[in-house]
Design a protein around this ligand. Structure first.
Ligand code: SF4
Ligand code: SF4
Length: 161
């Protein structure tokens, strides 16, 4: 696959705001791994770019299973084996960082795509709301709120510095 996949989190959030119960497609790079333990691209992007990295993070303290902690860079890391998808962290985050459908995808494989598989990349783009995901030859562009998550994925979002 040439270029990068650009995921527009700002547009995806608008779509979710219109219908908070909607579960949108998501994607991962975990080919052949057990998908029960995966973290999706949107989850990785949100904790890396959008999260305000609160000092006394309420998401961590509210979690009933101690599934959230900060890694050495201060980025929230969810231990998928502990998370029971209660969504208390989603509700308590004062910045609305997380999306309401975040922790459902391991149970909803019809909406989950493998970005290591070129066919799945095409299916993922088709399944996402129009204008939210595209292939691009462009690179990071902070003036357009576009940042690189990894070698294949660019994210458009407001970056918290
Ligand atoms: S409460 Fe929200 S903004 Fe604060 S650390 Fe948790 S996810 Fe990030
Ligand atoms: S969904 Fe519930 S169990 Fe999972 S990380 Fe959030 S608060 Fe913890």
């Amino acid at each position: 696959m040439q270029g990068s996949i650009l995921i527009d989190m700002l547009r995806l959030r608008s779509v979710m705001a219109e219908d908070p119960k909607r579960v949108l497609p998501d994607a991962h790079f975990y080919q052949s791994l057990n998908t029960n333990g995966l973290k999706t691209i949107r989850e990785l992007a949100v904790f890396r770019f959008t999260c305000r990295k609160c000092e006394d993070a309420p998401c961590i303290s509210v979690c009933p299973t101690e599934a959230l902690e900060k890694d050495s860079d201060g980025i929230i890391d969810r231990h998928t084996n502990l998370c029971i998808s209660c969504k208390s962290c989603v509700a308590i985050c004062p910045f609305g960082t997380m999306m309401t459908d975040f922790f459902k995808h391991h149970r909803n494989k019809d909406l989950l795509y493998d970005l290591k598989d070129e066919k799945d990349v095409g299916k993922f783009i088709k399944a996402c709301p129009e204008g939210t995901v595209e292939l691009t030859d462009s690179d990071e562009s902070p003036e357009k709120n576009i940042y690189r998550l990894n070698e294949k994925v660019l994210i458009r979002d407001y970056l918290y510095k």
